[in-house]
Design a protein around this ligand. Structure first.
Ligand code: C2E
Ligand code: MG
Ligand code: MG
Ligand code: MG
Length: 283
């Protein structure tokens, strides 16, 4: 399945297959500059426990606040950042910023929430991922159980290396989630081997739950399998009440999607948290 492309197409972000290396180089240099000038910004999308209605976590999603183009979605620059290796410094910035923000919310007294951060395979294979994360945990004082790393099944990585690195990350006490679950090659054996904490059902299955019985069957099967293996499961891309009801009927109670909230800037997440606290104290 193809991932949905962003709605806005900016030419400089669409190097065509036969485009000159110049365009690619321009974009690479722009990303480098954007990192230096701190033009990247994190949005956070709430993850909801539908049994309580509580926000149990957020997923940090990067955007490029471009001086002339405005807010650029990750689909426009993450692929080039990955190709050029710039995903390593960008990814480190994302990790650090997400941990700092989550810790700020905790220190302000909001109920504990986890923060999920997407990881690229380029970062994963980097020797010092464990070292970087150890430093970030130290610096930010985030409780490691509230940091979740999202990896995908399609990440190209050496199995031995993956076992070793994931094992060391687990020793640090952080959580591991498989993102876009169902779209890659799932070797079920690895779920146990890699001590995965959570599966995130890909939004392409959730989208057609009500219209495609195959997708409904696949979603139901993933949920049942996760439960049998003792792995948590969250559905992403939930947009309608019907999708939500179906997921709940299958005992999937953690969801993320536009039905509840779009990804939001940190200030807006805080407003949501404040509202939730007000409701709690009124009860
Ligand atoms: P993802 O990790 O699977 O993130 C979920 C994407 O689905 C987000 O798009 C989110 O806005 C969107 N989404 C959430 N709920 C709904 C819904 O109900 N309906 C629809 N139609 N879409 C929904 P976004 O923010 O554009 O990110 C796209 C992808 O870019 C992410 O997919 C992830 O693969 C990548 N990405 C984003 N931030 C980072 C990052 O910091 N590092 C890396 N390596 N990749 C990132
Ligand atoms: Mg993700
Ligand atoms: Mg996903
Ligand atoms: Mg868990």
């Amino acid at each position: 399945r193809m991932k949905e492309d962003g709605k806005n197409n900016y030419n400089i972000f669409k190097p065509s297959p036969n485009s000159s290396g110049i365009e690619q180089l321009t974009l690479e240099n722009s990303i480098r500059k954007a990192l230096r000038e701190e033009e990247f910004v994190l949005y956070y999308q709430p993850q909801i426990d539908t049994l309580t209605g509580n926000i149990i976590g957020t997923e940090a999603l990067v955007r490029w606040n471009h001086p002339t183009l405005g807010l650029v979605p990750p689909a426009k620059f993450i692929p080039i950042a990955e190709e050029t290796g710039l995903i390593v410094p960008l990814g480190e910035w994302v990790l650090r910023t997400a941990c700092i923000q989550n810790q700020i919310w905790k220190e302000k007294g909001y109920p504990p929430m986890s923060v999920s951060v997407n990881l690229s395979s380029r970062q994963f294979s980097k020797q010092n991922l464990v070292k970087t994360i150890t430093e970030i945990l130290h610096e930010t004082h985030i409780d490691p159980q509230y940091l979740e790393l999202e990896i995908t099944e399609s990440m190209t990585m050496n199995v031995e290396v993956a076992i070793e690195v994931l094992g060391r990350l687990k020793e640090l006490g952080i959580q591991i989630c498989i993102d876009d679950f169902g779209t890659g090659y799932s070797n079920l054996y690895y779920l146990k081997l890699f001590s995965i904490d959570r599966l995130k059902i890909d939004q392409s299955f959730v989208r057609d739950i009500m219209t495609d019985s195959n997708d409904a069957d696949i979603v139901a099967t993933i949920i049942a399998m996760a439960h049998n293996l003792g792995i948590d499961v969250i559905a992403e891309g939930v947009e309608t009440k019907e999708q939500l009801d179906f997921l709940r009927s299958q005992n999937c109670h953690e969801v993320q999607g536009f039905y509840y909230h779009r990804p939001l800037p940190a200030e807006q997440i805080e407003q949501l948290l404040m509202k939730t606290m007000e409701i709690d104290t009124k009860l």
